[in-house]
Every structure is written in structure tokens, then in C-alpha cells.
Design a protein around this ligand. Structure first.
Ligand code: CO8
Length: 257
């Protein structure tokens, strides 16, 4: 039972999580965090799911952490509860995550999108880290993931001035992988998710693990990690099937194992 999100299966092997707090522009309160992390953890255990799309509404992916919930908190409150640490659970999801962003993705909304592996933006999307305008700073990874995604110059610009960028600037900066007309956003995201979910499940998970390792390791360590994962794909049925299918000039039938 969820109040702040809905969970659907729009296509074979694909799950869609939609934020449903439109009146608050999908502001991320603690309940949203609990529901998204619980839903993604459960979907991650489902062998019939190969990709998860997270989306909001036409007007807002999410306009940030819930300012009304945060406003009365003291340092002792947020420190004791380790406010926002619960979102780390999303980083432990091994299934590829796709953010389909229309409208505002501000503060925690931009940070939630960046916790996903791939960002697809509608031409209406607006990204920003406006926390500084509230007298705080990003608290769900903005200063770290945005810097890794778009570099120091633009990350400083966004985090220090609080300005927002549109979908095209976000694409040029490397934050999003594709921009599509708003009306086509879900179709595009579901199509990408279906494509990913049709690949060998262990291979897709290893790609995710290897690319993410690039942010955590030296080049030598990362290359070694990638090579060892590559070697281990030869233990899967899907490697045998994928290469046999190529040789026999037919599409592969992956067992996802
Ligand atoms: N939190 C709570 N409610 C929100 C939020 C939010 N982040 N954003 C919008 N809402 C609510 C509004 O209060 C309003 O509710 P109501 O109708 O009850 O007044 C409703 O959504 C609609 O919003 P607006 O009337 O403001 O709509 P507009 O179209 O005029 O403006 C904006 C849209 C520009 C998106 C505007 O709502 C806005 O600026 N929102 C706040 C954006 C923001 O600053 N986000 C960052 C939040 S801070 C954060 O994410 C991380 C903080 C890390 C702190 C670390 C602490 C430990």
C-alpha cells in the first residue's frame, strides 16, 4: 500500500514508479523516501524486472525535498535521524534505473534523478540546486553527483547561484542522455527500459556496476574491475547464447542467467 507513489508494469520486464504528490509538486518527504526505497528494493529482487523507470508529473518530476517538513527541524533532529541517509538505499539497487523528467527537477528532485543511472528529459524539464536560496546546501548528493556529471564550473554555477537550466542545457552539459518532446517522454523512457530489460540481466547489472565503479576508483583499478566482470560473463548462459545467436545470424533468447 503506497500513498505517495504508484507502481505499474507498462511493458514486459519494466516497472514504472510515478510520484503522486502533484499538489506539492512531488516534494520529497520522508514518506516518499520510504516508499520509493521500499518499492525499488522489492522490484530489484524480482527476476522478471529488468529496468525501473521513475517519473513525476507533467509539471514536476520533484520540486525538491519537502521544505514544509524540513523547516521546523533543528540540527539535533536532522543529525540524530541522519536526515536523507535513507536515500542511500537507492544506490544499492542493482537493476538499471531510468529517470524520466518533465517539469521541475529541483534540489532533492534533481538529486533523485541523478541517483538514477540514465536521465531522459522532456523539453519542459528544468534542473537546478536552489538550496542556497533557502540558506542551506544540497543534502542528497547534489554537490557530489552534479560535479561528477557536469564538472566543477557548471556545478559551482548552479549550486552557488541557485539558477535552473533547461533540458537542452542539461543535455549539452552531460546531465541527461536524451531530450524528447514532453508528450513522448513516457513512451521514450519505457522504450529505453524495454530495450535494457531485453538484454541479459546479469550483463546489464554488470554494466551498471562497472560504469558506477568509474566514480569510485582509479583508472587502473576500474579497468581491472571491468576486466574481471567481463571474464565472469563467460560463466553465464547468456554469453553462450548471445555469441551463438550472432554466429547463427538469429536474435538471442536470453535466460537472464
Ligand atoms: N517543498 C514543499 N512544498 C513545495 C515544494 C517543496 N520543495 N515545492 C513546491 N511546493 C508546494 C508549494 O508550497 C505550493 O503549495 P501550496 O499550494 O500549498 O502553497 C505548491 O507546491 C505549488 O508550488 P508553487 O505555488 O510555488 O508553484 P509555482 O509554479 O509558483 O513555483 C517552483 C514552482 C518554482 C518549483 C516553486 O514551487 C519552488 O521554488 N519550489 C521550491 C524549490 C526548491 O527550493 N527546492 C529545493 C528544496 S531543498 C532540497 O531539496 C534539499 C535540501 C537539503 C537540506 C539538507 C538538510 C539536512
Amino acid at each position: 500500500m503506497t500513498d505517495t507513489i504508484t507502481i505499474d508494469r507498462p511493458a514486459d520486464r519494466v516497472a514504472l514508479i510515478t510520484l503522486t504528490r502533484p499538489k506539492a509538486l512531488n516534494a520529497l518527504n520522508l514518506q516518499v523516501m520510504r516508499e520509493i526505497t521500499a518499492a525499488t528494493a522489492e522490484l530489484d529482487r524480482d527476476p522478471d524486472i529488468g529496468a525501473i523507470v521513475i517519473t513525476g508529473s507533467e509539471r514536476a518530476f520533484a520540486a525538491g525535498a519537502d521544505i514544509k517538513e524540513m523547516a521546523p527541524q533543528t540540527f539535533s533532529d536532522v543529525y540524530a535521524a541522519d536526515w536523507f541517509a535513507g536515500w542511500d538505499a537507492l544506490s544499492r539497487v542493482r537493476t538499471p534505473l531510468i529517470a524520466a523528467v518533465a517539469g521541475y527537477a529541483l534540489g532533492g528532485g534533481c538529486e533523485l534523478a541523478m541517483m538514477c543511472d540514465l536521465l531522459i528529459a522532456a523539453d519542459t524539464a528544468k534542473f537546478g540546486q536552489p538550496e542556497i536560496t533557502l540558506g542551506v546546501i544540497p543534502g542528497m548528493g547534489g554537490s557530489q553527483r552534479l560535479t561528477r556529471a557536469i564538472g566543477k564550473a557548471k556545478a559551482m554555477d548552479l549550486c552557488l547561484t541557485g539558477r535552473t537550466i533547461d533540458a537542452h542545457e542539461a543535455e549539452r552539459a552531460g546531465l541527461v542522455s536524451r531530450v524528447v518532446p514532453a508528450a513522448a517522454l513516457l513512451e521514450e523512457a519505457t522504450g529505453v527500459a524495454t530495450k535494457i530489460a531485453s538484454m541479459s540481466r546479469p550483463a546489464a547489472r554488470m554494466v551498471k556496476e562497472a560504469v558506477n565503479r568509474a566514480f569510485e576508483s582509479s583508472l587502473t583499478e576500474g579497468l581491472l574491475f571491468e576486466r574481471r566482470l567481463f571474464h565472469s560473463t563467460f560463466a553465464t548462459h547468456d554469453q553462450k547464447e548471445g555469441m551463438a545467436a550472432f554466429t547463427e545470424k538469429r536474435p538471442p533468447t536470453f535466460r537472464h542467467a
